[in-house]
Design a binder for this molecule. Structure first.
Ligand code: MG
Length: 275
């Protein structure tokens, strides 16, 4: 009888000890949850293995709702930079005067010969960018002089715009290249005279207080739905002559290039979402 009582006591003690152990595991989890507003942190993923589905689920903060654009329209939270109605918000980089490119009746704009690059008044850091462009017909000239333009992120990093259809040039300067740095993964242009689409995800570089770069910019580009730059590291500026440079900077404009040789490239439907 005495032996039986001892066994029951030992069993009870074992249950209590087990419960205590369970509690010790739960308490720090609750602390971490309150510190991070319910968001599961990386340190928690390395912690005790969860035993219930609820331990790996959270509900706050809520994710913003974005209404996708219909028939090529921008999504509901986009900042529209050009919708075809005017060139408001665009200016020439050389003298900050209002943009003098041609505004066309079809809702596009075209580089006006030798007027210079244009940029947005607004400045951005990390963005998702949508921009459509078209090379003119009839084709004129060859290589880098055939419908050359460019989309400059932060105003200084160029994604090349060029009519490369049956028109060879150096691959790190062809259409879709990060100019003189990274050739595209594929040549995905539509026929000359039709509209190309660039969807770009750009993350700006970071600099320390002394102006040294601590993190490179990166860029992902889809041309007409085809990935042509896949999280490519941007080594620095994209000059015609010389190595990439890394001047420290913060936010910058979106800039479009007038290559200076009557390229007559057209653009339309330009919008960004800040990331
Ligand atoms: Mg160019």
């Amino acid at each position: 009888m005495k032996v039986k009582q001892t066994s029951v006591l030992m069993a009870l003690l074992a249950v209590l000890t087990f419960s205590c152990k369970e509690k010790v595991v739960v308490e720090p989890m609750e602390e971490i949850e309150s510190e991070s507003d319910g968001v599961i942190t990386h340190s928690e993923y390395a912690g005790e293995e969860p035993t219930t589905p609820e331990e790996t689920e959270y509900y706050e903060p809520k994710v913003p709702v974005v209404k996708p654009g219909e028939n090529g329209a921008p999504p509901s939270d986009a900042i529209v930079l050009f919708d075809g109605s005017s060139l408001d918000g665009w200016m020439h980089t050389k003298d900050s005067t209002a943009a003098k490119w041609h505004l066309n009746k079809d809702g596009s704009m075209t580089v006006a010969d030798k007027t210079g690059n244009i940029r947005t008044e607004q400045e951005f850091g990390d963005i998702q960018l949508h921009i459509e462009w078209k090379s003119p017909l009839p084709v004129q000239r060859n290589g880098q002089n055939r419908a050359n333009s460019g989309v400059f992120l932060n105003g200084i990093y160029e994604v090349q715009v060029l009519d490369n259809n049956e028109n060879d040039t150096y691959v790190n300067g062809q259409v879709g290249s990060l100019y003189k740095q990274g050739p595209p993964l594929a040549m995905a242009s539509v026929p000359t005279g039709e509209w190309n689409v660039y969807d770009i995800i750009y993350h700006a570089p970071e600099f320390n207080e002394e102006g040294g770069k601590t993190k490179s910019a990166t860029i992902t580009v889809l041309q007409n739905g085809v990935v042509i730059q896949d999280n490519t590291e941007i080594m620095g500026t994209t000059p015609y002559i010389g190595w990439p440079k890394n001047p420290p900077h913060g936010k910058g404009p979106l800039m479009l290039q007038d290559h200076g040789d009557d390229s007559r490239v057209s653009y339309r439907n330009i919008w960004v979402r800040e990331l």
